[in-house]
Ligand binder design. Structure first.
Ligand code: B12
Ligand code: SF4
Length: 607
């Protein structure tokens, strides 16, 4: 059995390449007969001389140049193949689980790797830590079973790649993300320094990892949002903690450590952000993420909603923008066709966004970003976004009740005007992923069905739901605490999937049950179908994305464990980009938005 598993582990790396070849092959067959050049690519790929992404580029160069009429077929050909492949994948995932063919060699009855962190082997006598080595770790957190598992591999946080970018020469940096389901962090060798990012939901796991690494002789540094909001809780678990922006203090911290003068606490305000070195993405396992290339242009937000982590304590994250040239250079350097901006709100400063869009347009890449809905006050700016490659936006609508918005201090267009503004974005080929918060004081048990009806009526392609969560040290937290409404302070449940406070107009159980029910309804085949795009040619790409995102959690387990995430996703990204480029050229020629969008859809499961 062990040999069989080892063999399977060896072939799993090439499985992704294999799937891509099949896609290229079927696609090429569908649009034109097989040519020797395509065969040559397949040989190069299998011989290991080129990677899947390079092969795909090559194939598109040879046979499928943009502008070619055959491209109209592209989206749908891919979509059909993808739907078939995902369906087959779902069944395979199930079978593999039954046959206990997972990388860890565990059986299906073993703990679900989506719910339980990998076991940490008890500390054994190991070699002393290797000097000048850093291991940066993103700890495990359990995934909400109601939502899509896909969103957890959408794009990596920039926290650790930013630290890697700031690491002085002479240090070797490695990266380990426990959520990629490859087991516990490596100890070959034991690193001299372990940097762990800490969020409240995975704080407990971060402390376990810290203790484990310390037992092996490593120096443990903890940083991240939870250090900002609860430094005194984090402190005893670390040799040093970093409060705030880690980038400017990281080189100093390493120098202090080498000099034997490590301080227990380092503070760094969110200043001089534009001076920060670019992130070092080379440490990332690219196979692990749909989009390994997370980008950032701005920090902070013009709003200060009482539930947002940006309102934590006195830590006002000053609104800052990087130079447009810096951002464009960073995106260009990734070499990727698609990027995700992880900014809190890329639309906070509209003149800046316009400038950025104009500079991004020549790259002919596609991207998505979180913005606030007020960007649609300016339809011309929406057009600039479309012309610059924006194919999707993540918008925090939060609620359909204006009183809830007012009470939380969110300045946003009135709920009655949401639908018109969504239609404006969709008409520019920009898919809208709406984020909604449930459990505000005006929310009763009736809001769930109302919200689902509204989402279906507006044909919102994608929606994410969050139970209102009072993050520690925010105005909302302090109010709930003062009113005696907090149920507990078990941070692991502060993950927006659990009710951690007493809602005003329902019980915590009702809130949790109806939240789960909302996902069930919106992820149902009936609802997915009801929200299909009006334009017939956009229906198949939409269904492919919806199937992968909303109906394939079994498949996600397989894709993540077997390192297939990126390879399976890439063809969809290329197809979306080609469709977008055609749409954008038409938009530019027409001078205004067409009546209906062409249905450009890249899956954008955002937080
Ligand atoms: C990318 C992202 C994700 C990715 C990756 C997450 C991951 N942990 O790997 C995905 C899509 C998977 C994701 C999922 C979720 N996310 Co998220 N995510 C983000 C996002 C958009 C960007 C993070 C980022 O890259 N920031 C930029 C970096 C540079 O900033 P930073 O993390 O603060 O890091 C700096 C410092 O803190 C410090 N630092 C950080 N770590 C370390 C470590 C060391 C050693 C040192 C020295 C310093 C240091 O230095 C860094 C450089 O300045 C943020 C919003 C945002 N714009 O920040 C939300 C955010 C972090 N997510 C959030 C949430 C709630 C979630 C979910 C729970 C949502 C859900 N219901 O499913 C899930 C699950 C994650 C979890 N359980 O924690 C919240 C967290 C709230 C909080 N108070 O903790 C945020 C803030 C969004 C929000 N507006 O509420 N997310
Ligand atoms: S608009 Fe969004 S990012 Fe800005 S403060 Fe409010 S919740 Fe936070």
């Amino acid at each position: 059995m062990a040999t069989r598993l080892a063999h399977l582990r060896n072939i799993r790396g090439s499985l992704g390449d294999f799937l891509v070849v099949i896609l290229i092959y079927c696609h090429v067959q569908a649009v034109r007969p097989l040519q020797p050049s395509h065969l040559a690519i397949a040989v190069l790929l299998f011989s290991g001389m080129v990677e899947a992404s390079q092969a795909f580029h090559l194939a598109s160069r040879l046979g499928l140049e943009p502008g070619n009429l055959l491209h109209t077929l592209l989206g749908n050909t891919f979509s059909l193949l993808d739907i078939g492949m995902y369906a087959a994948g779902s069944v395979t995932a199930l079978l593999l689980d039954r046959l206990w063919l997972n990388p860890e060699g565990t059986r299906p009855s073993d703990p679900d790797p989506m719910q339980q962190a990998p076991a940490l082997p008890s500390p054994a006598a190991s070699a002393p830590p290797a000097p000048r080595t850093v291991l940066l770790v993103n700890p495990f957190y359990p995934k909400d079973v109601n939502a899509s598992f896909g969103k957890h591999v959408l794009t990596p946080s920039l926290a650790l790649t930013s630290l890697a970018g700031a690491t002085p020469p002479g240090w070797t940096v490695r990266y380990w993300d426990e959520n990629l389901l490859q087991g516990p962090p490596p100890l070959d060798p034991v690193p001299q320094v372990v940097g762990i990012t800490v969020h409240l939901t995975f704080a407990r796991r971060a402390y376990e990892l810290a203790a484990w690494f310390k037992a092996h002789g490593a120096i443990v540094v903890l940083g991240g949002l939870h250090c900002l909001s609860c430094p005194d809780e984090v402190q005893p678990h670390a040799d040093a903690i970093v409060i705030g922006n880690g980038v400017p203090v990281w080189p100093q911290l390493l120098a202090d450590l080498e000099a034997g003068e490590l301080r227990p606490r380092y503070h760094a305000e969110y200043r001089d952000y534009a001076q920060d070195p670019p992130p070092n993405r080379s440490i990332l396992p690219r196979w692990g993420f749909l989009t390994p290339d997370s980008l950032i242009a701005t920090q902070g937000c013009h709003n200060r909603c009482d539930f947002c982590y940006l309102a934590t304590g006195d830590a006002r994250i000053r609104y800052q923008m990087r130079s447009v040239d810096q951002v464009v250079a960073d995106f260009a350097a990734t070499g990727a066709p698609y990027g995700v901006f992880i900014d809190n709100n890329l639309g906070s400063n509209r003149p800046y966004l316009r400038q950025l869009c104009q500079a991004l347009a020549p790259l002919r890449k596609i991207w998505s970003a979180a913005i606030t809905l007020d960007v649609t006050d300016d339809p011309d700016l929406v057009r600039e976004m479309a012309l610059a490659g924006c194919t999707g936006v993540f918008i925090g609508f939060e609620t359909l009740t204006d009183e809830n918005l007012a009470a939380s201090g969110k300045r946003s267009p009135r709920a009655a005007d949401y639908a018109r503004r969504i239609a404006l974005l969709q008409a520019h080929g920009i898919q809208v992923n709406g984020s909604f918060v449930l459990g505000f004081d005006q929310d009763g048990p009736e809001v769930f069905a109302e919200l689902a009806d509204w989402i279906e009526a507006t044909r919102l392609e994608s929606a994410t739901f969050h139970i209102l969560t009072p993050y520690p040290n925010t105005p909302l937290f302090r109010r709930m605490q003062a009113e005696g409404r907090l149920l507990h302070q078990d941070w692991a449940h502060y993950d927006t999937a659990h009710a951690v406070f007493r809602p005003a107009r329902m019980t915590p159980q009702q809130l949790e049950e109806r939240y789960a029910g909302l996902y069930r309804r919106l992820f149902s085949v009936k609802s997915i179908w009801a929200r299909r795009p009006r334009q017939a040619s956009a229906v198949l790409p939409y269904l492919a994305m919806a199937w992968l995102y909303k109906r394939s959690n079994g498949l996600w387990r397989l894709l993540i464990r077997f390192r297939l995430t990126h390879a399976v996703w890439l063809p969809l990204v290329h197809a979306t980009r080609w469709r977008h480029l055609r749409f954008r050229d038409r938009l530019r020629r027409a001078g205004e938005a067409p009546a209906a969008a062409p249905g450009l859809r890249v899956l954008r499961p955002r937080v």
